[in-house]
Design a protein around this ligand. Structure first.
Ligand SMILES: [Zn+2]
Length: 223
């Protein structure tokens, strides 16, 4: 099973991705990991990509798309879940073209829907328990709201990651994600249109539910 997943930062995409990956034994392929693999591994494409990065330039799609394809083919023989790519409309079109050329199927495209304001609050509301990283706390999610200013699980001290409080950086990422003209949502809608033509299947999930309810819906639709 080959799956593409879309969702804004703050939507729980990583968590859902991990659950799907475990259930279907898929290779979870994240865009960052693709770059690390090629650049760290010193592949030909990786060397070309590194030259752009070293100059502070964006790596062009002519290099990124083949890197993605190579990783899907090498790591995803038993199926893959691609996460974090494509980021824009042009990449979506090029990826689709490349998948078809390689004879790779795209069984499902998953979109986690979450209003932009909610996504931002969820990021900024994250709190880390100093006693245990696995104690989730979020001041904007009722189910895991801290107990006052203490961890809801163990009563430990809470802190927040500076990245999560960087509103400008969050806005910048969301500007790209929520752009329905040529950004990431435009890419998602490109696949939604293909699903309308019977070329893949498109699953929309309401990201405002709990992790478990989203997971249940997702698994029932994938089956
Ligand atoms: Zn705790």
């Amino acid at each position: 099973m080959n799956i593409l997943i879309f969702g804004p930062n703050g939507s729980g995409k990583g968590t859902q991705g991990n659950l799907i990956k475990q259930k279907y034994n898929l290779a979870h392929i994240e865009s960052g990991a693709i770059f690390r693999e090629h650049i760290g591994g010193g592949t030909e494409l990786g060397k070309k990509a590194k030259a752009y990065i070293d100059r502070g330039d964006l790596v062009p799609d002519e290099i990124t798309i083949p890197m993605v394809l190579e990783t899907l083919k090498s790591k995803g023989k038993n199926g893959w879940l691609l996460d974090g790519f494509p980021r824009n409309m042009v990449q979506a079109e090029k990826l689709w073209e490349a998948l078809q050329k390689e004879g790779l199927t795209l069984d499902y495209v998953v979109e986690i829907l979450l209003p932009r304001e909610t996504a931002k609050n969820r990021i900024m509301g994250r709190r880390l328990c100093k006693e245990n990283n696995n104690h989730p706390n979020n001041i904007f999610i009722d189910a895991i709201k801290p107990d006052g200013d203490k961890c809801r699980v163990c009563g430990g001290e809470l802190s927040s990651r500076s990245d999560d409080q960087d509103e400008a950086a969050i806005n910048k990422r969301h500007d790209i994600y929520y752009n329905t003209q040529d950004g990431t949502l435009a890419a998602a809608y490109f696949f939604k249109k293909l699903a309308g033509e019977g070329k893949t299947k498109y699953i929309e999930l309401n990201g405002e539910g709990s992790i478990d309810s989203i997971k249940e819906t997702l698994l029932s639709k994938l089956a």
